[in-house]
Design a protein around this ligand. Structure first.
Ligand code: NAP
Length: 307
């Protein structure tokens, strides 16, 4: 089979750290073009915008959007209207109505839309889901605390409107929780702290339920020192813990299970598989929880934030 001719749009941190290497290592793909305002990749036709790339008629089958969520809708729409299959970084769009509209448009144009959740590909997630399916779940605690200055240096967009603030990493935790818990989650209460002069929160607390099970989440973007990306699930057979963003799984009575990071190779394998079957995969449940948290949040203003 001919390789899938794919373009990357938005050649920033995640595109360089993960997408380019994952594509280079997968013979199902050939990286056929780049669209990024300020960046180019040697040996690959590069354009400042997706519109310029489409106008140049570079032969393409698909695009993978690695830009920030706010503004991605127009790029995704342009690609779908050009008949290309589309893979979206998380969060899939800045709003639920944008994400739903893209799913509808993809369906009507007969192209594949893949709204990715890379954290769901972490090694511990599938076995955690399987283990939990056979237990009674009593309570869930999520703690996602990382240092914005270390992981997102200079990314002002993340604290702008539509940038998600601490929900940019927090939505990864919610993508795992919605995958491993058998019942859908709903938000009962939320509190967010937005630094003076910015739009995106640096801290958030969510009180949720999955059926009757209480689920709490604490998100913090100012954690220095050790970083925390943990989910604990109390069950009738003890407490399951996913740590390091889902990479390490602890289940009662067993040694911790760990495997090397393969989230992005796994996403691109899955996209190739979806193309093969001409099927879309658009699960908006993590985005819905973030939207709901913003809808009902008790909002306070915190200290101004400087990089
Ligand atoms: P980034 O380093 O800021 O890169 C995004 C790129 O998109 C920029 O380099 C920029 O390239 C382009 N862009 C287009 N419109 C833009 C705009 N209005 N503002 C800023 N940049 C714009 O961000 P990133 O960390 O790669 O994150 C991109 C997406 O990947 C986000 O949705 C994020 O949640 C997701 N993600 C990030 C990570 C991570 O660890 N950083 C991990 C997983 C997923 P040009 O200036 O050349 O156009």
């Amino acid at each position: 089979m001919e390789p899938i001719r794919i373009a990357l749009v938005g050649l920033g941190k995640i595109a360089r750290d993960q997408h380019v290497p994952a594509l280079a290592a997968n013979p199902d793909y050939t990286l056929a073009a780049i669209a990024s305002r300020n960046a180019a990749l040697g040996g690959v036709p590069s354009f400042p915008t997706i519109e310029a790339m489409l106008a140049a008629r570079v032969p393409l089958d698909a695009v993978s959007l690695c830009t920030p969520p706010h503004g991605r809708f127009d790029q995704a729409r342009a690609a779908i209207e050009a008949g290309l299959h589309v893979m979206l970084e998380k969060p899939p769009a800045a709003t639920l109505s944008e994400a739903t509209a893209l799913a509808d448009l993809a369906r009507s144009r007969g192209v594949v839309l893949f709204a990715t959740w890379h954290s769901r590909e972490a090694a511990g997630v599938a076995p955690a889901r399987a283990w939990l399916a056979e237990r009674r779940i009593d309570a869930v605690r999520i703690a996602w605390r990382e240092d914005i200055r270390r992981w997102h240096p200079g990314q002002d967009w993340i604290l702008e409107a539509g940038g998600f603030g601490v929900f940019d990493p927090g939505i990864n935790a919610l993508s795992i929780a919605t995958k491993i818990l058998p019942q859908p989650l709903r938000v009962e209460a939320a509190a967010i702290v937005v630094p003076a002069g910015r739009q995106g929160p640096l801290a958030a607390s969510l009180t949720m339920r999955a059926g009757h099970v209480p689920v709490s989440a604490e998100f913090d973007f100012l954690q220095t020192g050790p970083q925390t990306w943990d989910i604990e699930v109390d069950t009738d057979a003890g407490t399951l813990k996913l740590s390091m963003g889902g990479a390490i799984l602890h289940v009662p009575g067993e040694a911790p299970r760990e495997a090397p990071d393969a989230e992005y190779p796994s996403l691109y394998r899955r996209f190739a598989d979806l193309l093969d079957r001409n099927e879309s995969d658009v699960d908006l449940s993590p985005l819905q929880l973030v939207a709901d948290a913003f809808l009902i949040a008790d909002r306070t203003t915190g200290d101004a934030f400087e990089w």
